[in-house]
Design a protein. Structure first.
Length: 375
């Protein structure tokens, strides 16, 4: 495992988000005398917040250091011609502050810059001081970000699908590692098997434009006696088109669809354990969805739940053949649900599904990366 190292994690994401791969990764990295600094570029402080003592430039929580970008010059200004100038000045000042912090925190430690988001600007001259790790967990337009791929010392991907895509632009530094899921949290919850008359089909995650609502509307119409439970926040994203909003509203209006609001993370294992089978109904007409590798796959498998999914490329891999049924339309999904309801899936494949999930823990992912870094 990585030891006595200093890891810098610049990000545009909020590490507390529901899909918390950043937070899970850095929690593991803080072990073995490592130090981690998260640079939150999208969480920008103002003078007002600073004087009100709501936030600090540099804070520490659970052995993780956080630096929040600070607006020394105002974001909103009347004269447009100064906007770019102020933006550049803010970035430059924040850059020098973070480099000063990095200098002191990294004394006597091997330093890595660990990046998840290819859109993050990478300062080329910094790479003389530290090694660059790209930990790619989502699909990007890799051709567009080839320059960042070329700057990396190591490129890690969590799926065969992403490996195939990234290899088109950089093959030499590329390594395949496991997905990663929060095994520690799930181990605390016992497995429960439902004995209800009606089968309960469940989904955990944001109610967003990633879901194929045409598929789901047709399915709930075909199966009025089946309960569908969706647990998660409804995304109020301005980017979601009006027709998609109407589809979301229509889907949630069906009597056999139950919507439960967003829950605390430690409640998720208990909720999943109450499902009879789990679904991943992503709209694969979007490249981001077609090429994704949902973390919820292993959360479902840990509780020995059969899964039905749309044609997400990675989930069609042979290792999932026993556990995941792929359906192209509502008729195929209905058939899969009825088959699973009749057959005792748990007795045949449950333990094997759970073992596959354990192999994909965050600890095992970081352990594999550490071994590659040592060599």
């Amino acid at each position: 495992m990585l030891r006595n190292s200093f890891i810098i994690v610049p990000t545009h994401e909020n590490p507390q988000e529901i899909c918390d791969f950043i937070l899970q990764t850095i929690r593991i990295l803080t072990q073995n005398n490592n130090k981690v600094l998260v640079i939150e570029k999208n969480f920008s402080l103002s003078w007002k917040k600073l004087f009100q003592q709501e936030f600090f430039l540099l804070s520490k929580k659970n052995d993780i250091f956080y630096y929040k970008y600070f607006y020394f010059f105002p974001k909103k200004i009347k004269f447009l011609f100064t906007k770019d100038l102020f933006s550049k000045l803010n970035n430059k000042i924040n850059y020098f502050i973070t480099e000063f912090i990095i200098f002191f925190l990294s004394i006597n430690k091997k330093t890595y810059e660990w990046i998840f988001d290819l859109t993050v600007e990478i300062e080329k001259h910094n790479l003389k001081k530290r090694e660059l790790i790209l930990d790619i967990v989502d699909w990007f337009d890799f051709k567009k970000y080839k320059t960042n791929l070329d700057k990396a010392n190591y490129i890690f991907v969590n799926s065969k699908t992403l490996k195939k895509e990234v290899a088109k632009y950089n093959k030499k530094k590329l390594h395949l590692v496991s997905q990663g899921f929060d095994l520690q949290m799930f181990e605390k919850s016992p497995i429960k098997f439902s004995k209800k008359k009606k089968i309960n089909v469940g989904f955990i995650g944001a109610i967003s434009d990633r879901i194929d609502y045409d598929l789901m509307i047709n399915l709930v119409k075909l199966m009025p006696e089946t309960n569908f439970t969706f647990i998660g926040p409804i995304k109020r994203d301005l980017k979601i088109k009006e027709n998609k909003r109407k589809r979301i509203k229509k889907f949630l209006s069906f009597s056999n669809v139950k919507k439960i609001e967003s829950q605390k993370k430690d409640k998720i294992p208990q909720l999943i354990s109450q499902f009879d089978l789990c679904i991943i109904p992503y709209d694969v007409s979007y490249p981001f969805n077609a090429n994704c590798y949902p973390m919820k796959t292993f959360e479902y498998l840990y509780f020995e739940k059969p899964i039905i999914s749309t044609e997400i490329k990675e989930l069609t891999d042979n290792k999932f053949k026993k556990f995941i049924k792929i359906g192209k339309n509502a008729q195929e999904w209905k058939k899969h649900i009825e088959t699973i309801e009749k057959n005792s899936w748990i007795e045949k494949n449950g333990k094997e599904a759970r073992q596959l999930a354990i192999e994909n823990s965050w600890y095992n992912k970081i352990k594999k990366i550490s071994e590659i870094l040592k060599n």
